[in-house]
Design a protein around this ligand. Structure first.
Ligand SMILES: [Zn+2]
Length: 330
């Protein structure tokens, strides 16, 4: 069932299902919480719950509505995502137009705005009109890992639904079940993913291979890098997928620490020789505390800390310019 397929968040799923069942779902919802914990998936489950041909409530997954929502082709369910990191005013205006109209065929009209923090200020102001008094058939769900970046006027018009990070044991079980990963590796990945299934899964993607190569190269050079080179690297990291970069970097540091302690269960077994060389150097002695610092940085970034500033601090910590206890912004 759609709601069951979303990992964890049991109480939250129950209460959403109950409000759909009673047709009391608030017209504007704000789903916020860490990336990769199921916010968008649950928003789509809500859409199915509202539009299922068998009636509002737990969706059947088999009717034409459920199937088309699953495939992303239902005319009454719109999923809006940023284009080049922003959702511009033109799109917001079109959206308001649709929000104020009646559904095409179903009894509800669902608008899911993913990464809603990417709305430009102009777009957010335009969207306000759609959130003021939407028709009873329209439901808007804003999804974001960074709710504090939304205009307060947008936030105040939404009922806030907070998602917490998933417990590592839940993530590990899912990895074992769906990705066929060994128990030990699943547990390691779940820890590194910090309660995000998305991050734990991303540890194996194709882009991750290239990223890891760049980060490994960075670890090998960082102690000799000049200030300018470090600033350039920090900028490059801030421009990329920071969350993934930090997850991968942490997996490398974790392996370096593991090798230093003489253990052999590694996440990056194919580059063991390079990791072993790093474990013998100064970085080896600092790997554990650096990995912890990275965990703190990821949490700071979820709290909307400045990406470039955090990356500057990270490069400084890797280079040993910055004392570790100063390197994680509050
Ligand atoms: Zn259905």
């Amino acid at each position: 069932m759609a709601f069951d397929s979303v990992l964890g968040h049991e109480r939250l799923k129950d209460s959403l299902l109950r409000t759909i069942d009673r047709r009391r779902l608030p017209p504007a919802l704000l789903f916020c919480g860490p990336d990769g914990v199921g916010k968008r998936t649950l928003a789509l489950a809500v859409a199915r719950g509202l539009l299922c041909a068998r009636g509002a409530g737990e969706p059947c997954e088999a009717c034409s509505s459920c199937v088309r929502i699953q495939r992303g082709v239902h005319p009454d369910v719109r999923l809006i995502a940023p284009e080049r990191d922003s959702i511009k005013v033109e799109r917001a205006r079109d959206l308001v137009h649709e929000i104020c109209a009646v559904p095409y065929e179903g009894r509800a009209h669902v608008f899911i705005i993913d990464d809603a923090h990417c709305l430009t200020e102009e777009a957010a102001n335009a969207l306000l009109k759609g959130l003021e008094e939407p028709p009873a058939t329209s439901n808007v769900i804003l999804v974001t890992a960074s709710p504090q970046s939304l205009l307060p006027t947008i936030r105040s018009r939404c009922q806030v639904v907070r998602f917490s990070a998933l417990s590592p044991s839940i993530v590990a079980r899912r990895l074992q079940e769906t990705a066929g990963i060994s128990e030990q590796e699943a547990r390691m990945r779940a820890q590194l993913g910090d309660g995000s299934l998305g991050a734990a899964l991303a540890l194996e993607s194709e882009g991750r291979g290239r990223l890891r190569e760049r980060l490994l190269d960075l670890l090998e050079r960082v102690e000799k890098m000049t200030m300018i080179e470090r600033l350039e690297s920090a900028q490059q990291m801030a421009d990329a997928d920071v969350d993934l970069a930090l997850t991968v970097l942490r997996s490398l540091l974790r392996d370096i620490e593991t090798l230093r302690c003489g253990a052999s269960v590694l996440l990056n077994l194919d580059v063991v020789d390079r990791l072993r060389a790093l474990a013998r150097g100064d970085l080896g002695r600092r790997a554990l505390s650096l990995a912890e610092t990275i965990g703190e940085m990821r949490r700071a970034l979820r709290g909307n800390a400045n990406r470039l500033m955090v990356m500057d601090l990270l490069l400084g910590a890797l280079h040993r310019d910055v004392e570790l206890h100063d390197s994680a912004p509050a």
